[in-house]
Write a protein that binds this ligand. Structure first.
Ligand SMILES: [Zn+2]
Length: 433
């Protein structure tokens, strides 16, 4: 080990940075083609080598217990804070460092990395981060399948050789076949591996949104895809007002629907003595003017309009406070429709009331025609069942709902129908029973 250099590391890193900075201003037009290609290859090797240095620094941080001293939940979170990175960016670095960095025992003794051949290939810049990821995942599966140590070492050497020749996508195919060959009862090993590797996180992405990242086991993936696909189908087009969401946007909205359904089901475990509740805080001024951003107890910000619409659903509580933090007013789901009213509403609307929509009652929200926050009463004549998507068409899509003869009618915006003729769901035309 080159411990003799260790004290010089900051100076060496500084010199490397200075050298690369000089390159930034270089005039490449003087190079011939082969010199240019050589330069591009060298820079790629440099990039990989610099990346792989995380496998040196991260184990050192952990060996010293620095993340724990700063009372953060994980090393990834510590590094994210230190470098202004999003936590999802640092997660993969920490995962790699644990496989490719020196391992520090409780006694302080240092032993060689779990995957020494791959670690050396990374350090020399021969293998990219993505290629390393494929190798690490494959060897993790083989390890979970209880492959003997010497077989594992052989597999590591083989995969690293391939990684130096093939791109990450092709390498993944080879890794898959290797697992099938070495673990004939691969399914079982996969299940054990999946149980260890299962993971889901939802963290700020630094742009006001959150990034959901997950490695789902087969069972969860099957459930997720079944449920999400059933909810993500495009909504039947109202005349001149088609569902213009992308496939990704429809999946996102389906996911939101699942969460709202869970919240309404009242089957979630109680926390702090109350049923699972989204707590929303807004100021008196925000409540009055319907402007600005309200805060949830998890720190998300959403427009006051959105927040009040959420508050219209079960499982939501809201608090209005003055500038000194005193509570002026609060609401809970108790102002919400009684069980009797809900049943009457389901009997009347039988699902989303928007013309053409086939969503069943279980997937719908109760919409106040005159918002409850504007004094709209919670009675049958002021309530309509709407799916999440059509609730949006009312709130932001220009559609309006009015009650006539005890039934909801929907008035399209002028750009959909210049005459704005009201529609109602064909269900109401058929006498019940
Ligand atoms: Zn609908």
């Amino acid at each position: 080990m080159t411990t003799g250099m260790a004290g010089d590391a900051p100076a060496l890193a500084g010199a490397a940075l200075a050298a690369v900075s000089q390159l930034a201003g270089a005039d490449l037009s003087v190079l011939n083609e082969s010199q240019l290609l050589e330069l591009i290859r060298t820079m790629e090797t440099l990039r990989r080598t610099v990346e792989a240095f995380d496998n040196v620094t991260i184990p050192e941080l952990e060996a010293r217990g620095i993340p724990a001293r700063h009372v953060v939940r994980s090393t990834g979170q510590f590094v994210a804070g230190l470098l202004n990175l999003a936590p999802f960016e640092t997660g993969v670095r920490v995962r790699h460092a644990r496989e490719l960095g020196v391992r520090v025992q409780l006694t302080g003794e240092r032993s060689e990395p779990q995957l020494p051949v791959l670690a050396a290939a990374r350090a020399s810049g021969a293998v990219s981060s993505r290629q390393a990821d494929v190798v690490i995942r494959c060897l993790g599966t083989l390890r979970a399948g209880a492959l003997p140590v010497e077989e594992l070492a052989k597999a590591e050497r083989f995969l690293v050789e391939q990684a130096e020749l093939l791109d990450a996508g092709t390498l993944a195919g080879i890794a898959r076949r290797l697992v099938d060959t070495l673990l004939p009862d691969g399914t079982l090993a996969d299940e054990r591996f999946q149980q260890r590797r299962r993971f889901l996180s939802c963290v700020p992405n630094g742009e006001g949104m959150h990034r959901l990242t997950a490695d789902l086991d087969s069972e969860t993936a099957a459930l997720a895809l079944t449920v999400l696909h059933s909810l993500a189908a495009p909504k039947p087009a109202a005349e001149g007002d088609p569902d213009e969401r992308t496939a990704g946007q429809r999946m996102h909205d389906a996911f939101r629907s699942v969460l709202k359904i869970a919240l309404r089901s009242a089957e979630l475990p109680r926390t702090a003595g109350v049923p699972a509740t989204v707590l929303i805080t807004l100021t008196a001024e925000q409540f009055e003017t319907r402007t600005g951003l309200a805060a949830t107890s998890f720190g998300q910000h959403l427009s006051v309009d959105r927040a009040l619409r959420l508050a219209d659903q079960a499982g939501i509580a809201w608090v209005v406070h003055d500038s000194a933090g005193g509570v002026l007013n609060y609401g809970t789901t108790r102002r919400y429709a009684s069980e009797k009213q809900s049943l009457a509403l389901i009997a009347r609307d039988q699902g989303c009331a928007f013309p053409g929509c086939t969503d069943p009652p279980e997937w719908t929200e109760k919409h106040h025609v005159i918002p409850w926050s504007e004094g709209g009463p919670t009675d049958l004549n002021n309530l309509v069942l709407l799916c999440d998507y059509h609730h949006d068409r009312i709130d932001t899509g220009g559609w309006q709902v009015t009650m006539r003869g005890g039934l909801p009618w929907f008035v399209p915006p002028a750009w959909v129908d210049p005459e704005q003729r009201p529609h109602r769901h064909t269900r109401y035309a058929v006498p019940a029973g």
